[in-house]
Design a binder for this molecule. Structure first.
Ligand code: ATP
Ligand code: MG
Ligand code: FE
Length: 334
């Protein structure tokens, strides 16, 4: 069964053809990073305009590369939220038009369900499982009892991890998005600068990163006032160590308490080398299977949307033509 999946929730215009929810037939991503770089972040109006220009071409490319026609498809899937409303609308309307014109079922997918199901393209999922979602807009631990069931057991109370990375990077005058740059600096630096860890209440699975972000900014500011020059590498390494320590500790505790069979890493920050290494080491010791997607499936793509959509196809959980982009879509109500 083939699904054409479309993703336009933020600054990537993407389309993919996925077979049986676990096999990539084609996977096309057009990134807009170059257009947003000089603004230091994603500009919603620019994102929408690019999506309008790109979406038809990217879908055509995905279909051509898969070497199929619309009559070969079982459904058309699209990210329905969360994300930028104007950006979501472009994908949703493209999907609706194609579903209507080709008389195919339409499937709305939650973007974070997509990030989690990127792991389904790597291996079979084993339930119950826990997923750590770390992206530009989300930081949460998601418990899954079975396919298509999501329970958020903890989430960030302020900044998402990716957001904190990008803000710290901006303070260090690194290009947007700064996550990968910090990661590279951290790799050569040493975590010699004392920064806080936000553990919150003892039994809490929630996160907080705005305090850490402010601590980095204050440390830089205080040093420069005293005429001291801090090493960007050491600052990046110290920041990254603080982030990873909290993420990994809470992940381990959640995996043990919920007695999961598998632990999944998901979202753009899953591309982080330090986080991948530390999680791998710690879960090896725990004896719990850890799954981490390859880099191109961590950041936004449509293949992951096709993988998540397959669960809904099997359940015939289809959307109507009234499907709309919803920036506040709730993962637990999926
Ligand atoms: P969401 O998925 O929450 O809607 P998004 O789609 O904008 O947000 P993603 O595309 O999943 O976010 O991830 C982008 C984020 O990942 C950016 O904040 C970026 O800096 C971060 N990121 C990418 N690579 C790395 C890395 N190697 N280390 C740290 N952060 C990274
Ligand atoms: Mg993006
Ligand atoms: Fe994303």
């Amino acid at each position: 069964k083939l699904i054409l999946a479309i993703e336009t929730s933020c600054d990537e215009t993407a389309a993919a053809v996925i077979k049986n929810g676990n096999e990539i037939v084609s996977n096309i991503v057009a990134s807009q990073i170059e257009s947003h770089k000089r603004f230091g972040g994603v500009v919603p109006e620019i994102a929408s305009r690019h999506h309008v220009e790109q979406v038809t071409l990217i879908i055509e490319e995905a279909m051509n590369e898969a070497n199929i026609t619309f009559s070969d498809l079982a459904a058309i899937a699209v990210t329905a939220g969360p994300g930028l409303v104007g950006a979501l609308l472009i994908g949703v309307n493209a999907a609706k038009a194609l579903a209507f014109a080709n008389d195919l079922p339409l499937i709305g997918v939650h973007h974070i369900a997509g990030h989690i199901y990127a792991n389904r393209l790597i291996t079979e999922l084993k339930f119950p499982l826990m997923a750590l979602v770390v992206s530009g807009g989300h930081t949460e631990l998601v418990y899954m009892k079975e396919d298509g069931s999501f329970e958020v057991i903890g989430e960030t109370r302020d900044d998402a991890v990716g957001e904190a990375y990008d803000k710290v990077a901006r303070t260090l005058k690194l290009p947007y998005p700064g996550g990968p740059y910090i990661d590279r600096l951290a790799d050569v630096g040493s975590p010699t600068i004392n920064l806080p860890r936000a553990w919150l209440e003892q039994d809490s699975y929630d996160f907080s990163f705005s305090g850490l972000k402010s601590a980095v900014i204050n440390t830089l500011h205080n040093a420069s006032q005293k005429g001291i020059e801090l090493s960007n590498e050491d600052l990046a390494a110290s920041f990254q160590e603080s982030v990873i320590e909290v993420l990994v500790e809470k992940s381990k505790r959640a995996a043990i308490e919920f007695e999961v069979k598998q632990f999944l890493l998901a979202g753009g920050v899953a591309a982080n080398k330090g986080l991948r290494n530390k999680l791998t080491k710690e879960f090896e010791q725990l004896g719990i299977e850890l799954v981490i997607p390859p880099l191109n499936l961590c950041t936004d793509n449509a293949a992951m949307i096709g993988a998540a959509a397959f669960v809904k196809l099997e359940k015939q959980h289809f959307a109507g033509y009234d499907l709309n982009g919803n920036p506040g879509l709730d993962l637990e109500k999926e």
